[in-house]
Design a protein around this ligand. Sequence first.
Ligand code: NAD
Length: 313
Amino acid sequence: SQRVVLITGCSSGIGLRIAVLLAKDEQKRYHVIATMRDLKKKDKLVQAAGDAFGNTLTLQALDVCSDDSVRQCISRVKDRHIDILINNAGVGLLGPVESISLDQMKMVFETNFFGTVRMIKEIMPDMKRRRAGHIIVMSSVMGMQGVVFNDVYTASKFAIEGFCESLAVQLLKFNVKLSLIEPGPVHTEFEAKMMEEVAKMEFPGADADTVRYFKDVYMPSSIDIFEAMGQTPDDIAKCTKKVIESSNPRFRNLTNSLYTPIVAMKYADETGGLSVHTFYNLLFNFGSLMHITMNILKCLTCSCLRRRTISPD
Ligand code: NAD
């Protein structure tokens, strides 16, 4: 029988690609409930799903920030039976902390942290009762390592990692699996949406030096890194499918081997100095951050560090 998969944030990016990949499974092993906040944005998904739409893929409205919306959506699922929950919906936030309001910061936590927690709270009790199920959370490399000018986004992903790390222990007792997917940069609308936001930003409250470091030092390097090292949403979908299909899925799943040294650095020096100073030197002491980063990462990516990733193929 088919496994029921519910995915949040399917109107674009990684969520859309996971929904389509699973719905088009050749053996038709999945029934995908693809959800999105606003069903008016369904066209891209419907088109990509092709024949699967209405068969192995159905659509439902779901806003992870609304109790009512989540409850209504789940109550429409037959017997509330969900085998695999994929928490994908998320928002980014970039810029100097001084110029971001607390309300903007709270919105990021509302979506990335409380949105995921709300979904898990609604669906986990049924999984525990059945002693079966798999919860997937789309985290990020930034769920394990802070990145300059991504302070609040990073904090929201750290928060969900801490939540999941704690929950995973208990869930093991109930035979419910919990896995984090931790991509590096991925080419999606996420990137474009953030660039758009940054172009509109006026940086109230931030001093001229900080604004300059953000706009003229960080931003160009970040764009270069996305270009040089970014994966596709399809890569992340394939990694996620592998995790779902693994008989013994790992808790943490980095998807980009070029990023494993960043994590290794953190574990290599428990004082945190190595990470902070390496990022400082990358940002402020080199002309071309992208070039240097690429080379350092390539040098550091030895086979023992590479083993920790899950690859798309
Ligand atoms: P995206 O912007 O294309 O997709 C995010 C989706 O979440 C969108 O469809 C958006 O409408 C939806 N969403 C936002 N708020 C929502 C809400 N309240 N309720 C329901 N849906 C909501 O970007 P993406 O890159 O596909 O992001 C998907 C996930 O991957 C996010 O959790 C993101 O943090 C994570 N991620 C992205 C990258 C990257 O570089 N793009 C890297 C690592 C992790």
